[in-house]
Write a protein that binds this ligand. Structure first.
Ligand SMILES: *Cc1c(COP(=O)(O)O)cnc(C)c1O
Length: 449
């Protein structure tokens, strides 16, 4: 089997996600035969360094021997059983361990099978909890501009990336959108903390005006990933937690992308010392092996549903593969690696190496900003450095970077004009240099004319 044969068969039968399929008339698909560590290998034997952790899911490399072994053992015992009325060891153990690791005050785990569904669960649960408590006017959600929470209609409605949302507007519930504390927008000379705190004012005003009709505020803690890796200071989350308490509104933390060490702490909320009312986790939860998601919530919210059946207060949401045993087993193996290999400490060294390697971009004539939060580092490519004028989206400069980097054996997948690095935690110092050098030549090439 070779690349060409598989590409031909694929394009006759498969419809790919997040893709204008016509692009593949000139942009080659890449069929992957195997993966090992940070490397992916295609059917012609070419290797690619996975600098984006296969859409932010992979933590400890492809084909990780320890996760593989845990899954093989689980496979011989139980592949799947439904979770209504039945249960299994992996889901019990995973719930116990997540509750021990998560910010204090979270007491219950509700499972789904992808990130968007976890967001749907949090939205419905928040509305329903208020409903069960007699707050019938609470039907709305507050979100930040430039946020992303997934592709299903509820999740899309509380997101704000026009590229994904605009077309579907007529189908979506109306969210209340307030300006993001995004520090790329800060005034020269002002710090991340100052800017983020100042941008809390519109949130505060909005809460004051709308709290009576609002179920929850939903945020991506510290990094708006799909919105171009835009970052903000933990102080915003502190202020938000306090205001949500004051105004009687839930806080939903969507840590689907930033959870599991991406921002430097196991969960991003830890950096603000806050506990959300709903913590949504997916992506890295299984180390990037299997689709699984979970929403952690508080005991008082669980109790708002706990009653005689006839009271009709139960949360009757479900998905077929809710809490799948294989997914839970992969998640347990992932947590084992965090515990035994001192990952968060080791990532500090890797994050520093990423910072050092990317210093070269700071003075690049077409780079407006190099920003970093833990194991996420982003480079903002612009047409004009002084005015920060972006390249027109029609130029597809990010796509040029993608193509150039692939030729050099590195998989980057820029978000518009933002080139970012979000590698698996098993990357080495040499591989970081290789990844960044490929980006450097690709950015030079993409900004040449
Ligand atoms: C990826 C992502 C989602 C959606 O998760 P899926 O598993 O792709 O449905 C939701 N929120 C955030 C912050 C994400 O990055």
């Amino acid at each position: 089997m070779d690349n060409a044969t598989l590409i031909q068969r694929d394009l006759a039968a498969v419809w790919h996600p997040c893709t204008q399929m016509k692009d593949h008339e000139w942009l080659p698909l890449i069929p992957i035969r195997r993966g090992e560590g940070v490397w992916l290998e295609d059917f012609d034997g070419k290797r690619y360094l996975d600098a984006i952790s296969s859409w932010w899911v992979n933590l400890f490399g492809h084909g990780n021997p320890r996760i593989n072994a845990a899954l093989r053992t689980q496979l011989d015992q139980l592949e799947q059983v439904f979770l209504a009325g039945f249960t299994h060891e992996p889901v019990i153990e995973l719930s116990e361990r997540l509750l021990r690791l998560a910010p204090p005050g979270l007491a219950r785990c509700f499972y789904a099978d992808n990130g968007s569904s976890a967001v749907e669960v949090a939205l419905k649960m928040s509305y329903h909890a208020w409903h069960n408590q007699g707050a019938a006017d609470k039907t709305k959600f507050i979100t930040l501009s430039n946020s992303y929470h997934g592709e299903t209609l509820g999740a899309l409605a509380v997101g704000d990336v026009a590229l994904y949302k605009e077309t579907y507007q007529p189908l979506l519930m109306q969210a209340i959108t307030v300006p993001s504390p995004d520090c790329y927008q800060r005034e020269p000379g002002s710090s991340w903390a100052e800017h983020s705190a100042r941008l809390f004012e519109p949130m505060k005003t909005t809460l004051a005006r709308h709290a009576h009709e609002v179920c929850a505020v939903i945020v991506e803690p510290l990094v708006q990933c799909a919105g171009g890796m835009r970052m903000y200071d933990p102080v915003y989350l502190q202020l938000l937690r306090a205001a949500c308490d004051d105004y009687g509104v839930h806080l939903i933390a969507d840590e689907i992308a930033v959870g599991f060490g991406r921002t430097g702490t196991l969960f991003a909320c830890e950096q603000a010392h806050v506990t959300p009312d709903y913590l949504c986790l997916a992506k890295g939860l299984t180390g990037g092996y299997l689709p699984l998601s979970v929403v952690l919530t508080r005991e008082n919210i669980y109790q708002a549903f706990y009653d005689e059946y006839a009271s009709q207060r139960a949360f009757l949401h479900s998905h077929s593969y809710t809490g799948n045993p294989l997914g839970c087993r992969a998640a347990l193996a992932t947590l084992d690696i965090f515990a035994s290999d001192n990952i968060l400490e080791r990532n500090k060294t890797l994050a520093k190496a990423m910072a050092r390697a990317t210093e070269q971009f700071i003075d690049h004539p077409h780079v407006a900003e190099v920003r970093q939060t833990g194991m996420i580092l982003a480079v903002e490519m612009v047409q004009d450095k002084a005015t920060r004028t972006p390249y027109p989206w029609q130029d597809r400069r990010g796509l040029r970077v993608y193509q150039q980097a692939l030729q050099q054996g590195v998989l980057l997948r820029p978000l518009g004009n933002v080139i970012y690095f979000m590698p698996p935690y098993v990357i080495t110092a040499d591989e970081i240099d290789l990844m960044v050098q490929a980006a450097a030549t690709s950015i030079d090439h993409a900004t040449l004319n």
